[in-house]
Design a binder for this molecule. Structure first.
Ligand code: ASP
Length: 593
């Protein structure tokens, strides 16, 4: 038997017991007469004591062992003289009687401690050592909890977990596919799923009624801190439901997760239309941990001789509470911030509401105190507040003010990682026009149903399209689509689906598919719709993101056991890599020399 107890288990009440422990050497201290070793396993750390007087041979042996050696020890649990109350096992130690080295270890390339000295790349290359660190393990344990509680909740609601295939068909919509060549079908390729979307809809046609899956999805996109080429979704679909049923069901899931994983009772989740989100926050995923809503100022600022505002399509500002103390230097830095190409504003106008109620702005030349007071009033500013105003083309300006709002939220300490604010964003546009492609795309995906009231617009758009008159300016019908946003992060999204073949065909036509192309790509789905497809709707949550949010981290990487780096590489196994010429030949892939 390798062990009678774990390294996290023994307490004062076990004093006198003979125990066997196995684990890794966290570190050792040689004090001459005594040698101490901290023995670590998944459950904790227990101190081993070797006494030179009593067990000289054992002590000699213990002194020679290095970090990360794997040991098995037998000994007696003793009360410690110097207790360490930081450690759950800190009141006891093991007086070692027998010692067996189960395996030696090379010197690890970084220290396996909370604050390691290993850089990112090094830790990724030796991920199995990184995984021995308590903080990394805690993240993955949190992940396990979230998965388990997700299954508990959905199981309790009669959902069935079904696996869908990983080798599927490439589709031109959405992100770029990862593809897999088929040896048995020369020149043909599978694609890895970006999501099981069509399969879960087919499960509804198959009568499954409620489906979910914790499922790997693959998207060949440029990577950022919160993206991985393969990631996990909580993918769900339900039949005979309306939007309201789905929102209710999954608000329940989120509430269950907060309660069981974080011990937080969530208030009911407020809702905001996409249009309001854009108007008041300049983003479809507003961080609602703080207010600082946009206030439009066009009606107050025009025709006062300030050309920047006169020429602007939109003049819009935010009121930063209690920030009038910002120094000139800080304001210059904010101006630099908004002028960065990623933010894209051309300048920043500010006004301080002083404690005595007077207002000083960066545009005093054009706006007297009375004029500035009208701004302050519109923005509900009080003494001590700072007004920040941007101007320009509307979309660009809203986008820039969103960045500035978030930056101010951060600077003013309003984005605490332990505060959670959930929000449903609803009524997304069904379509968006992409200039680069010169056509409309589905904002969510092509299976999303328009709002019943906006259905007539689909026919109108098709008629305009046939006449060659459909322009980018056409305002999209709204969709029965919804996103769950937590702290400004989109953690989930879904929609009510089209379940009628004709409407689905119309959607494909609007997206520029010829009937033949639509049939070739999605014929299987439209055929299924001919055999009694039930009304259905669903949602998918980004599981890795949800975990990182619960863990209070920015990157999803810390919550994935074996993640890839920013170039999509697994540094540990060194993938992707070249394959043998023989394999390429078998796959009918021409080798470039
Ligand atoms: N399949 C969608 C996605 O991955 C989610 C959904 O509509 O259920 O974003």
């Amino acid at each position: 038997m390798y062990r009678t107890n774990t390294c996290g288990e023994l307490r004062l009440l076990h004093a006198g017991n003979e125990v066997t422990l196995s684990g890794w050497i966290q570190r050792s201290r040689d004090l001459g007469g005594m040698t101490f070793i901290d023995l670590r396993d998944r459950y904790g750390i227990t101190q081993l004591a070797f006494n030179m007087d009593q067990e000289p041979a054992l002590c000699e042996q213990a002194r020679k062992l290095g970090r990360e050696f794997v040991l098995q020890v037998k000994g007696i649990v003793k009360e410690r003289e110097n207790k360490n109350l930081q450690l759950p096992t800190g009141e006891i130690e093991i007086e070692v009687k027998e010692l067996k080295v189960l395996n030696a270890s090379a010197t690890p390339p970084f220290t396996i401690e909370e604050n390691t000295d290993g850089g990112d790349e090094l830790r990724m290359k030796y991920r199995y050592l990184d995984l021995r660190r308590a903080s990394v393990r805690a993240n993955l344990q949190l992940r396990h909890q979230v998965a388990k509680q997700t299954r508990n909740y959905l199981d309790g609601q009669d959902f069935i977990e079904v696996e869908t295939p990983v080798l599927i068909k490439s589709t031109p919509e959405g992100a770029r596919d990862f593809v897999v060549p088929s040896r048995m079908n020369p020149g043909q390729f599978y694609a890895l799923p970006q999501s099981p979307q069509t399969f879960k809809q087919l499960l509804m046609v198959g009568g499954f009624d409620k489906y979910y899956q914790l499922v790997k999805c693959f998207r060949d996109e440029d990577l950022r801190a919160d993206r991985q080429p393969e990631f996990t979704q909580i993918d769900c679909e339900m039949s005979f439901v309306e939007q309201e049923d789905v929102l209710h069901m999954f608000e329940g899931l989120v509430r269950h997760l907060f309660e069981t994983v974080k011990g937080i009772q969530l208030a009911s989740v407020p809702r905001m239309t996409y249009a309001d989100a854009m108007k008041f926050y300049g983003s479809d995923k507003p961080d609602t941990r703080f207010e600082m809503r946009f206030v439009e100022l066009n009606h107050l600022v025009k025709d006062k001789g300030f050309k920047v505002f006169d020429d602007a399509e939109l003049v819009v500002g935010i009121c930063a509470k209690n920030a009038a103390h910002y120094t000139r230097k800080q304001l210059d830095e904010l101006t630099e911030f908004v002028k960065r190409p990623q933010v894209g504003a051309s300048g920043l106008v500010y006004a301080r509401v002083n404690e005595d109620g007077s207002i000083k702005s960066s545009v005093d030349k054009f706006y007297d105190e009375a004029a500035l007071k009208t701004w302050a009033e519109a923005m509900q500013a009080e003494a001590g507040d700072l007004l920040l105003v941007l101007a320009g083309e509307q979309h660009k300006t809203r986008k820039a003010l969103n960045e500035l709002r978030l930056e101010m939220g951060t600077q003013l300490g309003l984005r605490d990682k332990n505060t959670f604010s959930c929000l449903w964003v609803m009524d997304f546009p069904l379509l968006e026009y992409l200039e680069e492609e010169g056509r409309f795309f589905a904002m969510h995906h092509p299976f999303t149903s328009p709002k019943p009231n906006d259905l007539a617009q689909i026919d109108e758009m098709l008629a305009l399209q046939a006449a060659g008159k459909l322009s980018a300016a056409y305002e999209s019908p709204r969709a029965n689509a919804y996103d769950m946003v937590i702290n400004g992060v989109e953690v989930g999204g879904g929609s009510v689906r089209i379940f009628n073949k004709e409407l689905q065909q119309k959607m494909f036509a609007l997206l520029g598919f010829s009937p033949e192309e639509a049939q070739a790509q999605f014929g299987f789905l439209m055929n299924a719709f001919e055999y009694g497809a039930p009304p259905h709707a669903g949602i998918a949550f980004g599981f890795d993101r949800l975990c990182s949010l619960f863990g209070g981290a920015d990157s999803i990487r810390d919550f994935i056991a074996f993640p890839k780096n920013n170039s999509g590489r697994d540094l540990m196994i060194d993938a992707p890599s070249e394959i043998a010429e023989k394999q390429l030949t078998e796959l009918s892939i021409a080798v470039k020399k």
